[in-house]
Design a protein around this ligand. Sequence first.
Ligand SMILES: [Fe+2]
Length: 347
Amino acid sequence: MTFKLTSHYFLERRGLKLGHVSVPEALAMPDKQTIMKVWKNDQSIVLPKLLDEHLPPYQADIQRAHECMEHTLNGIELGKTLEKSGAIKRLESEFSFLASSMEEHDEQAIEKLYFDAGDEKNILAEDLWCKASWLSFHDEDASLRFRFSFGMEGYEDVAADPERQHWAGELCTQIFPESELITKNPNILKHLTSILGHEPAFVERIVYFNAPNGGAQFHHDVERGHAGVVFAQLSGATFWLTASKPLLMKAMYDFSKQYPIKQELKNLLENDKLLSAYMEESDHAWVEELIDQTPEFIQYMIEQGYSHILQAGDVLLLPQRDLNHCVWHSVFTLGDEPGEALSFAVR
Ligand SMILES: [Fe+2]
């Protein structure tokens, strides 16, 4: 699992060659005021090497998580893997493992495990789940994620039930104890408490394994009740483009003045309101083609200072205030190995 970062990388995602990137000089840790200011301005910020000294005690857990990912890739049932790794035993004092489902109705899903918090006599939270899914349908992208939530996916208003959100978070900690690298990190707690004005809760947790040729296309993570996302790279490395929605729209506009782009998008770029609404549509192919599939645009974003590289131990804060003021982000895997990362929403 040792991972050495060389200085130059090609950006490749789902079969598309999207340019290259050089690893910049090591960043300095921003001070508290800067972090607050950047978050309030709806911009992302890297806290470099924040976890470095905290990683060693969790290396065995990170190793087990990698094994869990590999077993899942090899088609071994998640319930069996967790039983073998000791995770099911560990969580028995607080949770009951109810059932697993292969989620045949959901093409992207791999498997979903259901739990209750508490015991038969005293159920504290029902219908919590851990769901393993592919990140894409591309043959050569082995990226997958384990997501923790509860209730009916896509129907339930998760923000309305902080108690079950809490227990779904605890379930994540039991299965992936390295979650504590975020939830118990004194610096993360201190910064987020200053930003939010109260102690943060880490909800709607996702444990990612971004694999070579994988990552995520530009998107946002706005959800009712959530202030933003904390992303921690625990192994491997990722490349990010991040920009608040207004800045991403401006970058597209400015780019279109210098480079040829599709006429339909050119027209759309002249009207902020229409463009903004179009970007929220699930099919926003004209924008996608530019921001996710055009190497020149990706290079332009790098030149404009919208990129970050995360290595093991780095943390990225992504404020998600609302649909008009949220950080849109695009992720690429760097290097030849899949890496583990935690992505926790903050409320
Ligand atoms: Fe995201």
